[in-house]
Every structure is written in structure tokens, then in C-alpha cells.
Write a protein that binds this ligand. Sequence first.
Ligand SMILES: Cc1cc2nc3c(=O)[nH]c(=O)nc-3n(C[C@H](O)[C@H](O)[C@H](O)COP(=O)(O)OP(=O)(O)OC[C@H]3O[C@@H](n4cnc5c(N)ncnc54)[C@H](O)[C@@H]3O)c2cc1C
Length: 478
Amino acid sequence: MTDPVLLWLREDLRFDDNPAMRAAAATGQPVACVFVLDDDTPGEMKMGGAQRWWLHHSLTAFSEDLKTREGALILRRGDARHIIPQLAEELGASDVFWNRRYMRWQTEADSDIKKELKDAGRGAESFNGRLLYEPWEIETKSGDPYRVFTPFWKNLQAKGEVREALPRVDKLTAPSSLPSSDRLEDWDLLPTRPDWATGFAPVWSPGEKGARARLREWLKNEAARYKDTRNRPDLDETSRLSPHLHFGEISPVTIWHDVQAGIKAGDIPADQGHTFLSEVAWREFSYHLLYYQPQMTEEPLQEKFADFEWDTDETALTAWQKGLTGYPIVDAGMRQLWQTGWMHNRVRMIVASFLIKDLLIHWREGMAWFWDTLVDADQANNTASWQWVAGCGADAAPYFRIFNPTTQGEKFDPDGDYIRKFVPELSRLPAKYIHDPSNAPKDVLKEAGIRLGETYPAPIVDHKKAREDALSRYQSIK
Ligand SMILES: Cc1cc2nc3c(=O)[nH]c(=O)nc-3n(C[C@H](O)[C@H](O)[C@H](O)COP(=O)(O)OP(=O)(O)OC[C@H]3O[C@@H](n4cnc5c(N)ncnc54)[C@H](O)[C@@H]3O)c2cc1C
């Protein structure tokens, strides 16, 4: 009888362009697939609530697709350091395959596991299934990692053609007898009391088919205008591929080639397509940064910021989290996040700037809230982006560039449609006042049914004064 191989699935729940899966299938041996819900590896960021919702649906979709390929998925919960070698032993697997991950706690765990498997006489092979280029494949002329995006992006483009996407795996025959598996329902990934995720299902279709459909629709309807509309939360024309990318339901290689094909065919103007690809490259840059600077999840990359004096204000933090700051664009963003598990990039920047610079609350608090509430929460992107807004990261917006939430709203949501959607109590305010209700005449407020401080909060801080405070705090560390 042929020994089986073990395919360890992580953030790569797809059959298209999956290098580890291709390698497992190519052995011609039976393939046992396993997914480990690992909340236990030391140093690991436990998966947040919104992502658990996504994971439940993504695993359901993957498992169904796997059955049509004669495969079966084993679910296990616990520390992968113990589970993977143990499962390989139970199965008598000759080899174990997986796609690499890049955060320090992940790479450390993976090397330990690889060693243990090899010590036990098994093959253990890992692949790049997550990035266009792995962090060490892009380096400066002197061999150092990058800290500035533009030269990183130039280098990435100069590397020549991104490798072709691998063909889909159509068959992954499971061994005739399989070790026990947890039941997905027993993992309790879905919220119940209360079910705060009711707004997620109408917006998202987790799973590879959902990812492919999303990419197709976006390429057909919106990609051609990406550069022009990407900053407009009211138009909502960005790809929304981020959670699919995070869970590996689609690969960046596939996205890259589909966009390039659209450019070549003349369906996407080159400047619009390239702007989009440069955003995909920001994801690569974030991975590059975190791979070389793993301390970034805790510490500012620019060391002088370690001395910055942050405020602790639970009331203000809660108002921010709940979307009750009295600044409509901030509140709309925070409520979009709570209701749908996602927020438009421009608004992420506005709400992050507000927390860090208007409320002087540590970026780590914001990062933690995003971690729990975003369906696309990603340690590399989330950390690098929070540090970028805080001005303490790589190639960051300077700290003294402080967003004015009112003018940002006026500029990027000119008619107030985004605010009307997520802050319905302001929906009857005319566009002229919707970004700054506290300056609306009394009769206008009355007409719109708004009582400031009752139906909608008055601003929790005065932006002008908050800005001055932030700048003087910044002076003290300069
Ligand atoms: C404070 C803050 C926190 C963030 N946290 C996350 C996070 O946890 N996970 C996450 O995926 N993104 C994060 N981002 C980046 C960005 O907001 C999202 O990737 C983007 O909004 C996702 O929507 P989209 O797929 O429609 O993006 P599109 O505009 O369609 O871009 C396509 C893809 O490119 C990548 N991308 C786009 N913008 C960025 C960026 N600025 N940095 C890195 N990659 C980018 C994403 O993978 C995205 O799916 C954060 C940004 C900020 C300002």
C-alpha cells in the first residue's frame, strides 16, 4: 500500500495556484488535508472575532469543494507544533507539504515542525503560495531590506514577469482510512449571543468561488476606474479582495496576471491598472517589513516614538469603537467596520489618524480593535498601516500631517452618501452640513430631526485644539 502524504492548509484555502497542493497531488499518493486552528502557539496573535466568522464559512466552502475531488479535510485544534508531527505519525505520512507564512512566530513554529518531521524520517517541504515575491527575494543593492516603498516597488517590477499561476488541482484522493477530525460546528466560530455578524453575510461570500466571482465582477465593472475612484468610500469601487487574499482563497499571482491581461486587452487603462498593482505591492511591502522587523507588532519602527506620551481615555476609546465621536466620517467608518467587518481604505486612514492624533490614544489600541473586527485582519498589513498613519513606521506619513476629519469627509464623500448609509440619524441633513453637524443652524438640525448630544453626539474633541496638543506632544520627542 502507498503511504499517504499530509497537506497542511493554513492561509491558502484554494485549489487554483496552490503550490503545496500541486506538490502533494503530484506525488500520486493519497492526500490527507488538515487545517489546524492554532490559538496556542506561543507568541501567536489569536484570530479575531470577525475572522472566525469568515473562517467558518471558508472552511465549509473548501471542504465541500474538496469532497468533489475525492478529498477529505481533517480539522484539529491546538498547537500546530504538536499536532502536525503527531498527525503525520498517525497517518504514517511519507511527506508533509505546506505553503509558507512570514510572521516571526509562524516561521519559528514552521522550522521546529520541519525539523521534527525530518528527524522522524519524513519529507517536509514548503512553498511560496502567499506572495508575488518572498521577503528575501527583494533586497537593496547592498543586500539590505527596504524601508521605503517606491524603490521596493521599482525593484519588484524590474524582476521581470511574475511566475505563471499554477493550474487548478482537480483530484486529491483521500487515504482510505482517516484519523479523527473535530467537527467544525464544535469550534464555535460563529457569534451567537449576540450575533453581531448579521451584516456580514449580505456583503461577503467567503471561499474560493466567492473570491473568483469578486475578482471577475470587479475587473468587469470597476477596475478601469480604480485610480480615479479608489479614495471615494461613497462610490465603493475598490476590489474588496482583502479578506479573500488574507485567507488565501485567491493568490496575488492570479490577481496580478488577470489585471495585466485586462491592461493588455485594453479593458483597463494602464495607469488605472498599475495603481491597483502598486496597492497589491503595498501588501508585499508590509510582509517584507514585518519579516525583517518582527518587533513592529509591539514597538514603533522609528525608535524615537517609543518615548511618545499617549493618553489613556477609556471613554474616548469606546466612543471611537462605537462610532460615536461626533465626527460623521469617523463614525461612518467605525460603524461600517462593525456592521460589515470591513472599512474603506481612505476611511481607515481617517479613523486611525483621529484615534492617534485627535485622541492621542496609542496606535496599538486601534490595531487591536481592527484585529478583532476586520474580516481582512492581517498582521503584516494591519501593523504596517497603523504605524504608517502614526508616523512611526516605514516610509510613513509624517506625524505632523494630521487629517482634518471634516475636510476629509467633504473631499472624499462630497454628497455625504457614505455617511447617510452608516450614520442613518444624520441622513436627513443636507450635504452642506452633514460633515459638521455641530455647525449647522438650529433650524436645519431641527428639520433633519437631530438633537445634538441626544440623537447624535456633539464632537468629543475640538479638532483644532486636539491638533495643537498633538503637535506639541510630537515636539517633545523630536
Ligand atoms: C489603519 C489601517 C489598517 C489596515 N489594516 C489592514 C488589515 O488588517 N488587512 C489588510 O488586508 N489591509 C489593511 N489595511 C490596508 C487597506 O486598507 C486594505 O487592504 C484595503 O482597504 C482592502 O480593501 P480592498 O481589497 O478593496 O483594496 P484594494 O484597493 O482593491 O487593493 C487591492 C489589495 O491590495 C492590498 N492593499 C491595498 N491597500 C493596501 C495598503 N495600504 N497596505 C497594504 N496592502 C494594501 C490589499 O491586499 C487589497 O486587497 C489597513 C489600512 C489602514 C490605514
